[in-house]
Ligand binder design. Structure first.
Ligand code: TXA
Ligand code: MG
Length: 323
C-alpha cells in the first residue's frame, strides 16, 4: 500500500481507477480521513469491513461529488433536506434518506435508508469527480480507523491504524491535517422533522435557522448521570489510554483543556486549544499523543457552548472510560 503525498491530476485519476477496480483508497475530507471503496462493489465493500474490523450491519456513508447525484441514491427527499443540502453541501454534513435500489443491503446494513455526504475537501472533491468520470456512482467511506478507535485526522494516523490490514494495491492519499477534526453531523431526514443522530460542525441552530423547523437532538449529555453497568457500554472513538472527564489528574496522567485552563501539578499537557474550533481540530491528535506517550490515563476538561462543543462532548462521552 502506497502513501501519495503530493496528489496531482494524474495520481487522482489513478486513485479513481484503482477504486473502480475494487481497491481501497483512504482520502482526506474536511472532517476526518475516510477509507473509500466503490459503493456498488460488494466484494470490495466486504474487504473494507474486514480491514476496519467492523460488524457488517453497521451502515456506511456514500460520498458523492455534488447534490446533482443525490437522486441516484435517495428517493422521497423532503423539502427541508433539499434546503440543508443546498446550504451546507459541500461540507461536514451527512443526510439519512430513504434509499433507492442502488443503495444495496451491504452498504445500508439492511436498512431502508442510506447516508449521503458531499465533502468539501478539495482532494475528496477532485477524487469523487474523477471517480464519477470513470463511471462510478458513489464512494462509501467510513472513517479510516479500526472499529471503535479514534478517527484519523492525518495520513500518518491512517497508516498507523490500517497499514497492517491494507493490501499492496490499496492507497492512502495525503491531504494534510483535517480542518474540522470531528466527523460530520448526521441528520436523519426520514421523518417530518430533522433529527441529529451525531452532532458535528453543522449545529442544531444552523439547521433550525435555515429550515424554520424544530430539530430533534439526541441527548449527548456529558453531564447526565452515566450508566455504570460494567461492560454494557461499548467505547467508541477511544484511544488505548483510559479517558476520564473533568477529574483531578494523578502524577503522569495526560491532560487536555482549553488554553485558559492551567495544567494541574504533575499532569502532562497534551493540548491547549484556544477555542472550540481548535479543540475539535486537535482532540483526536491529542488522544493519539497519549497513546504514543504510553500514558495510562487522560483527563479531559470538556468545552462548553452550543457550537462544536456539543460534538466534542458527544465524542468524549463515547470514548470515556466506563467503569
Ligand atoms: O465525517 C464523516 O462522516 C466521515 C468522513 C470520512 O466522511 N465518515 C464517517 O463514517 O464518520 P463512519 O462510518 O465512521 O460513521 C458513519 C456513521 C455510523 O455511525 C453509521 O451508523 C451512520 O453513520 N450511518 C450510516 N448510514 C446510516 C443510516 N442509513 N442510518 C443511520 N445511520 C447511518
Ligand atoms: Mg467512524
Amino acid at each position: 500500500m502506497a502513501i501519495i503525498s503530493s496528489c496531482t491530476a494524474t495520481t487522482l485519476k489513478d486513485a479513481a481507477i484503482s477504486l473502480r477496480s475494487g481497491n481501497l483508497v483512504a482520502f482526506p475530507t474536511e472532517t476526518v480521513y475516510g477509507l473509500g471503496v466503490d459503493a456498488t462493489n460488494k466484494d470490495a465493500v466486504a474487504h473494507l469491513y474486514q480491514v476496519k474490523g467492523r460488524p457488517s450491519d453497521h451502515p456506511l456513508i456514500v460520498h458523492i461529488s455534488s447534490m446533482a447525484n443525490l437522486d441516484k441514491w435517495a428517493r422521497e427527499v423532503p423539502e427541508y433536506a433539499i434546503k440543508l443540502a443546498g446550504a451546507f453541501w459541500p461540507g461536514p454534513m451527512t443526510l439519512i434518506l430513504p434509499r433507492t435500489n442502488l443503495a444495496m443491503d451491504f452498504i445500508t446494513g439492511n436498512q431502508d435508508s442510506v447516508g449521503i455526504r458531499v465533502p468539501s475537501h478539495p482532494l475528496a472533491s477532485a477524487l469523487l469527480k474523477e471517480f464519477e468520470y470513470q463511471g462510478g456512482l458513489g464512494v462509501a467511506a467510513p472513517s479510516a480507523n479500526r472499529f471503535g478507535r479514534v478517527s484519523p485526522t492525518t495520513a500518518s494516523d491512517v497508516f498507523e491504524e490500517l497499514s497492517g490490514y491494507l493490501l499492496p494495491a490499496d492507497l492512502i492519499l495525503d491531504g494534510g491535517p483535517c480542518e474540522v477534526g470531528v466527523e460530520s453531523t448526521i441528520i436523519n431526514c426520514i421523518q417530518d422533522l430533522p433529527e441529529i443522530l451525531r452532532p458535528g460542525a453543522i449545529t442544531t441552530t444552523m439547521i433550525s435557522d435555515l429550515t424554520g423547523l424544530q430539530v430533534n437532538q439526541i441527548d449527548t449529555g456529558i453531564n447526565k448521570p452515566k450508566i455504570k453497568a460494567s461492560g454494557l457500554l461499548q467505547s467508541h472513538y477511544a484511544p488505548k489510554a483510559k479517558v476520564f472527564i473533568a477529574i483531578t489528574p494523578d502524577l503522569g496522567d495526560g491532560f487536555i483543556a482549553l488554553s485558559d485552563v492551567s495544567t494541574p501539578p504533575g499532569a502532562i499537557r497534551l493540548a491547549s486549544p484556544k477555542d472550540n474550533k481548535e479543540y475539535a481540530q486537535i482532540l483526536y491528535q491529542a488522544l493519539r499523543l497519549a497513546d504514543n506517550k504510553k500514558l495510562p490515563n487522560v483527563i479531559v476538561i470538556p468545552p462548553t457552548g452550543d457550537d462544536l462543543a456539543i460534538a466534542i462532548c458527544d465524542r468524549l462521552e463515547k470514548c470515556a472510560y466506563k467503569s
